[in-house]
Every structure is written in structure tokens, then in C-alpha cells.
Design a protein around this ligand. Sequence first.
Ligand code: ADP
Length: 392
Amino acid sequence: MSIPQRAPGGFPVVGIIGGGQLARMCAPPAVGLGIQLSVLAEGHDDPAALVVPSAPLGTHDDLDAVRAFAAQCDVVTFDHEHVPATVLAALLADGIPLHPHPEALRYAQDKLAMRRRLDALGIPCPLWAQITSPAELAAFGERAGWPIVLKAPRGGYDGKGVRLVRTPEEALDWLATAGPDGLLAEAHVDHRRELAVLLARSPSGQAAAWPVVETVQEQGICTEVIAPAPDLDPHFAALITHDALRIAGELQVTGVMAVEVFEIEGHHQPTYVVNELAMRPHNSGHWTIDGAITSQFEQHLRAILDLPLGDPRPRASWTVMGNVLGGDGYDELYSTYRHLFARDPGLKMHLYGKRVRPGRKIGHVNVCGDDLPDLRERARHACDYLAGIVTS
Ligand code: ADP
């Protein structure tokens, strides 16, 4: 195992379990802050292992590897939500400071636990039920009205583990193979759009929220984020930000948290329900790298080290983030730069060092300015050009 080199000056070592793109994007602010990162990566070519010198190999569910890794770090945080509860409990028993704490993280790991807890807090959720049998599924469909949305309680991402179901028969196969907790069923929410509230909270309780953003989804994958969300009622923005901060406080979240919500048309003011929680830097916050005074990655580091938080205000009227999805059989990304950069000198590129696979998130672009339609066109064009969808 490679041991992180401690910099002189009393700077801490921050360990990140998982070597994905979120860990990778913590590297630039860590360099600026003089903080030493160490990532537990699965391979030498993981996105973060390519840029962080201390990147011992190990998987997040290998207890011995995770414990040996954590013992070298002053605090430990996560690139994803998949570290098993048994591993987390062992780290706590070893006295490792974990952010977020497993007691909070479980509400981002398990959608059933999240629904129960948010209900108890009085936070609006879709009508939902835990489903373990075809009879329960049929009864829920009658109550909520078909179609319904079925979700795996754990392990889903980018719409994988989520299915729109029109009849009970459509889900029998999935129900038969589901784990002991069964599935989470939700009413299909007729929403105007999807929003996200991103915030950070530190162990001493300081919290800061970025402006509410709109997340645009195509086939269950977020393709675009607009910051701030256009035409958002300011009272409604204040309400959902207040509720997200309350969730963070009640759950004692530390680090960055995203609260994904559905905006629903209302008579006087829109209403909302929470879709899900993520307790880590999140795709809805990638715009902050170029568009906010403090990026979500710097803020996450500050928060988990219990340093005063940075200013989350935007630097420009608008920032548009476009997710770059891999194109078909198109791997020569560098060859796109000459044309893209000549066409748009304001474009900011953030690639993750991943091999291209069709539909895979391999990076994102940010553009900031005053003319929202122009920014959206520029972000869209760059993503399409990088995917080989347009050629000029
Ligand atoms: P993941 O964990 O894979 O991100 P989500 O729970 O966010 O899964 O669901 C993926 C997408 O499915 C959402 O972004 C939304 O577009 C749609 N969706 C999820 N739940 C509902 C619901 N109850 N009603 C309507 N659409 C939903």
C-alpha cells in the first residue's frame, strides 16, 4: 500500500473511498488548499488514480483493504454510496472520522429508509410503499393509479434500478429476484421539471446552499444543468432551500448533499416532492467549478475538515453544465479540442480520464454568461461534437 506523503505545515490527509470522477474533481481544490488526498481505487486507471499520487488499490467492500487505507488518513469520505454498513461500522470502531457519518449516509444508500425518515420529518414525498409481493404491488397500483414507478432500494444510479410499470405483470420478474426488502413503489409524479438543492454542512453545524438549479433528464440520465433554475418563483426557491437545510440538520449530514426534487404546478405557488438524497458532491453541482465563488469540491473538503465554508454565490448570471456522454466507437477526444476551442473560447472542459463507451458520462462542460439560450446552445453543441453527433 502506498502511504500518502504528508506535507509540512500540519495539513491533513483526506481519504476518499472510491476513485471515480468525484474523487478526481476534489484534486484541484486540494492542491490549492495544500491538503493531501489519498484515494482507495479499484484500478490504476480509475479517474482519480490518474491524478492523485496516493492511490492504493482496493475495493470498497474489502474490509481489510478499507481499514488499512483509512488508518493512513485523518478523515475519510466517499466517492459513491456503495460502502457496506459492515465496513462502515468497522471503521467507526477503529475511531476513523467518517463524513458523512454512516447514520446519515444510510438515507442516501437506502431509498426505503430515506422515504420513512422524510415522512417522519414532514418533508413532502410522493405516495410510496414497500412492496414484497405481487398482491402488495397490485394494491399499491390501485391506490396510487397506474402507471407507478418501481425502484430498487439500493444501488441504483442514472435511472438504472428505476422502472415505470403499467400493470402488476410487468414487474413480476423483478419482484421475484428482489432482495429481502423488496422494492420501493412510488406514485408517478406529474412534474413540471426536476430541480436540485445543493448544500454543504460542517460538523459544527455551519451550512451554505448554492442557488437552486434545474436538472434536465433524457432517458433517466441528467444531460444538462441550468444554474440558477430559470423562472423559479423566489418564495418557492426559498422554501425548498429551507427544507433541504432542515433535512441536512436533522440528519446531521456533513459534507455536500444534493436534494433532488420534482417541481409540481400549483394554484398560487408551485409545490414539490423530494425524489432522492445524495450525500457527496453531485452531478447537479458540477457547474460550481466555473460558475460559483466556491465549488462543491472545495466546499466538500472544507466541510469535512470543519473549516469555515466558502461563499456559494454564483460568479455569473447563468451557468450551463452539459454532461458529455460517450459516442459510438469514438475515442479520439483530443482531436476535438482544436475545433471546439476555436469555436468557443469561453467553453470550460472537464474530462474524467475514462475510456469512451456509448452513453457513459465521460466528462462535462461549463459555460457562464448573461445570454441563457446562447449558453445552452454552446453547451449542447460541445457535448454533441464530443460524442460525434455533430461534425462541425
Ligand atoms: P437514480 O437513483 O438512478 O438517479 P431516481 O430515483 O433519481 O434514480 O430516478 C431516475 C429518474 O426517474 C428521475 O430523474 C425521474 O426523471 C424519474 N422518476 C423517478 N421517480 C419518479 C416518480 N415518482 N415520478 C415520476 N418520475 C420519476
